[in-house]
Design a protein around this ligand. Structure first.
Ligand code: ATP
Ligand code: MG
Length: 567
């Protein structure tokens, strides 16, 4: 492609509203342009990278036995009403009316469309399993669109849905797509982990998220320093065994702790360490109030709480509710003497000896608290967030934390949609059963951002060779120099004939501008045709390492081929 004939609107300054490296560079290098908040155009270079990622996704999906199709983005409200999500999806679902006042949604995801389609077309177990996928633009009116393509309101997703007559078949396809996803992100050269995720309230079972490790990630991953174990921190079980301190029980005593409310204030005032304190929090779990105890240096994990109570909604009780239920302010709560509210505690609490807890009375705490002697709980369970330094739940190594960007998600849906939408099949005995389903998403445009975030330096983007919009950047330093132009033109044509992807900077720009743009765009190899053109000599530069080679044009193709091979 001739640079004079395409549109690569590079900028000299970093756009002020772009906070992260990838967003800044994709704008600056002219790969994307914002249209409105969270809505972008893919400029020619951006489109090329997107297509390369899509091609990898297609290859891996096809290899795993999935079949590509394309569903409408415009979806009638009735389908969403059938599944119930018209009422629960909230403002993220973009809704609109046609000229006859019929309601529609712009597809945020396609469970409803695919379930109705397969319901109508597949009737027998003989046609199952079936895995269908599409690569399509999705619409979500995100509360906080940000970081460019990372969280858009219009974005490109690969979504797949599988249908089964038994759970073994679902397990098999889930495993195959898990492998396919690993291949996709490996081929995109991303530093990623597949992490165990929360299946939420929607009746799902197994679910993994594919996370690219990055400081700008919104999720925290707990991973083992020695094994493959990785989980969303909400999901990681704590397997630590707690041992009691070797100390005789002392007599319970109520002490004045004037204006000391937080664990830090109280522990400092009483000169005990936070791990000797009991942190007591009143939660509202569905309609029930529950007093939850964890150790002072731990945090309550509300997902574990939700799972323990098999509940829909878990939230911290308000100040007013706390006052009403336990007749004291939030900073003085404790389990002693509480009988009208259920109490649950994290395992670590049980091992406390001569500890500290609130006295349910403003400005007072108890000291020398001994669990079971001074209060009892309905059950001890794993209720806290895992912490760095805890043993890894798989028994191998120690937990570390990292931030991650979710680029993919595989999810066993079970019969959540098939039951709601009556997608059934006839089994071998002629009995009607709901289909078992799985769903699998890849954020294609988000993956592009994740690659840009991982591959850049102070001068611009540094694309991995297989994802770069072009492999080679040919630059004629001086377009007024006939010899340079002639040699550059012939190198460009020859490379094209040999099926290289080439961008040819044939613009009448200053050399400095051309080099700066070239670094910014970040193609793997640059061939500079300059002063030594008359001798047939050109310079080859590797973007990633900065290495340069003086090469005679007759040896150029061998050099380019061997360099690209190593990149
Ligand atoms: P998130 O927690 O980031 O909002 P999600 O759980 O809503 O993601 P899914 O519904 O599982 O995402 O969608 C599948 C994939 O689509 C995600 O793994 C992610 O890579 C991508 N994705 C989701 N929302 C967006 C968005 N607003 N912009 C770009 N990509 C997105
Ligand atoms: Mg979301």
């Amino acid at each position: 492609m001739r640079q004079s004939r395409t549109l690569i609107p590079t900028l000299r300054e970093i756009p002020a509203d772009a906070e992260i490296k990838s967003h800044q560079l994709l704008l600056k290098a002219g790969f994307i342009r914002q249209n409105s908040s969270g809505v972008y155009s893919y400029m020619p270079l951006g489109r090329k990278v997107l297509q390369k990622i899509e091609a990898i996704v297609r290859e891996e999906m096809d290899k795993a036995g999935a079949v590509e199709m394309l569903m409408p983005a415009l979806q009638q409200a009735e389908l969403w009403q059938e599944s119930g999500r018209w009422y629960t999806y909230g403002p993220e679902l973009m809704r609109l009316k046609d000229r006859n006042q019929r309601e529609f949604a712009l597809g945020a995801t396609h469970e409803e469309v695919i379930t109705s389609l397969v319901r109508d077309e597949v009737k027998s177990y003989k046609r199952l399993p079936l895995t269908l996928y599409q690569i399509q633009t999705k619409f979500r009116d995100e509360k906080r669109p940000r970081f460019g393509l990372l969280r858009g309101r219009e974005f490109v997703m690969k979504d797949a849905y599988s249908f089964h007559s038994n759970t073994e078949s679902l397990d098999e396809v889930y495993q195959a797509l898990f492998e396919a996803y690993s291949n996709v992100f490996r081929r995109c050269q991303l530093n990623f982990r597949a992490v165990i995720a929360d299946s939420g309230a929607m009746g799902g079972k197994d679910t993994h998220e594919f996370m690219v490790l990055s400081d700008i990630g919104e999720d925290t991953i707990a991973y083992s320093d020695t094994s493959d174990y990785a989980a969303n921190i909400e999901m990681a079980p704590v397997i630590m065994e707690y041992t009691k301190r070797d100390e005789a029980d002392k007599e319970l005593e109520k002490v004045l702790t004037e204006n000391k409310k937080s664990i830090d204030e109280v522990s400092e005032f009483l000169t005990v360490s936070p791990n000797q304190c009991v942190k007591s929090l009143l939660f509202k779990i569905d309609e029930q109030y529950v007093l939850v105890l964890v150790r002072g240096d731990h945090e309550v994990n509300d997902i574990k709480l939700k799972n323990l109570f098999n509940a829909g909604i878990v939230e911290l009780a308000s100040q007013e509710e706390t006052k009403e239920i336990l007749s004291c302010p939030v900073g003085s709560l404790g389990p002693i003497g509480v009988s009208h509210v259920e109490i649950v505690a994290d395992h670590a609490v049980k091992a406390i000896v001569n500890g500290v807890c609130g006295a349910n009375e403003e400005n007072y705490h108890y000291i020398n608290v001994v669990p079971e002697r001074d209060f009892s709980v309905s059950q001890y369970a794993d209720l806290r967030f895992i912490q760095e330094g805890d043993p890894s739940p798989d028994g191998q190594g120690t937990i570390l934390f990292a931030k991650g960007i979710e680029v993919g998600h595989v999810f066993k849906l079970g019969t959540r949609y098939s039951e709601a939408m009556n997608a059934t099949y006839l089994d071998e005995t002629g009995k009607s059963r709901p289909m078992i389903m799985g769903c699998y998403g890849i954020g294609v445009s988000r993956t592009l951002t994740a690659v840009a975030e991982q591959y850049n330096d102070e001068n611009g983007l540094v694309w991995p060779a297989n994802l770069a919009p072009y492999q080679v950047h040919v630059i004629a330093v001086n377009m007024k120099d006939e010899e340079q132009v002639k040699l550059a033109e012939s190198i460009y044509t020859d490379l094209l004939e040999k099926h290289y992807e080439v961008l040819f900077d044939d613009r009448n720009e200053r050399a400095g501008v051309k080099f700066a743009d070239s670094d910014l765009i970040g193609l793997p190899l640059r061939i500079t045709v300059g002063k030594k053109a008359s001798e047939g000599m050109v310079e080859v530069k590797v973007r990633k390492t900065g290495e340069t080679f003086e090469v005679h044009y007759e040896d150029l193709f061998a050099k380019v081929t061997s360099l690209l091979y190593t990149l």
